[in-house]
Design a protein around this ligand. Sequence first.
Ligand SMILES: C=C(O[C@@H]1C=C(C(=O)O)C=C[C@H]1O)C(=O)O
Length: 430
Amino acid sequence: MTSTPRASTQAVAGRLVARTTEITDPGPLLELLPDAAEGAGEDPGLTAWLRRGEGIVGWGVAASIRTTGSGRFDDAVDWWREVAGAAVVRDDLRVPGSGLVCLASFAFADEPGESVLVVPRVVVGRRGDRCWITLIGDDELTPAPTLQRQPEPRAPGNVVFTDGDVDSAEWEAIVARAVERIGSGELEKVVLARDLVATTDEPLDVRWPLRRLGTSYEMCWTFHVDGLFGATPELLVRRERGLVTSRVLAGTIRRTGHDERDLALAATLARSSKDLEEHEYAVRSVAEALAPHCSSMNVPEAPFVLHLPNVMHLATDVAGVVPDTDGSTVLELAAALHPSAAVGGTPTKVAVEMIKEIEGMDRGRYAGPVGWMDAHGDGEFGIALRSAEYSGTRVRLFAGCGIVADSDPEAELAEAQAKFVPVRDALTAR
Ligand SMILES: C=C(O[C@@H]1C=C(C(=O)O)C=C[C@H]1O)C(=O)O
């Protein structure tokens, strides 16, 4: 058993006061984020959760909590219940993302790793053609800032990439070892990841990669919470007024850059027994974790192919109804789902143990839940994939692959390389 260190809280001075007001369209939300370097030493707390230009961005820190260990989700649930329960909220819009919200990102493993929840001081959101600002303060409202499109973020300068904890040859050997153990019947699937370290000339202005991810990977959820950023195609869970949805991905093929060839490859992917098997494990793990909370569920029989600029995935959208009698918040659902077979394996416990034993690196918050939640427990959590953690000029990129009985280590390495592309390009693109 791992111990559960207590959560460390940055105290909320008093109760939080939040007010949401409708505003005219302020332009692309990512362009509103202020320059973190101008914050006079204060934590700028830049946060983002966006897809196709809709979602929320935030800055400033009205309240936050850091938590570790196997109790990280429970600590977060308790903290948010307390903060949201005591808050005074005025929200005339009542759309997803308006009112009091927190953004959060959780460590993949029970140990090591730190999880973070942040309530920004200023949140600006867009849903359809409605836009809003929410000001959050302790005891009294944060004064309204002037919303303006910010100049182009500072460029990272030259970027040098080096192997992370495990180089490519070693990683292939690790994958080969996993395939052997799957062959001997120890487990069915394990997801193995590796990291790549980018060193930038200038301390990273996270708005630089965020803007590029937001435009190049529109169909993904572009996010940033406390130094973890990326654009994930995988939605762990969304809860919106009793309806839950999850987009499950597993089974991948690299794109060639030629539309016709890619279409042929998409058809191959949809028929590939190796990928369908890997996908089936992931869908089953999500459906089984959601079932106890749902009065009805829809699990499509066959996946569709999701086309991204770098790769294509087998994808299934699972949906369910959470009755009022269940009352689980989106965070509790995310906790129940994590780690799904898309990032852990099957059976989960054996796979997670094997990851710890052979992967050779600390995942940090990569592949953990990342997203936002409101005071009613609605919100969205994605899986932090196609992501990186940064501090100053050091950026750690992550990518992983589901390994099954007939996985080929060389092909898996190439697949992981393709999954580095979104963040790599976002750092180096002009
Ligand atoms: C683990 C990652 O991706 C996951 C693994 C996939 C696969 O092995 O086919 C596909 C999508 C994700 O569920 C990653 O991007 O790092």
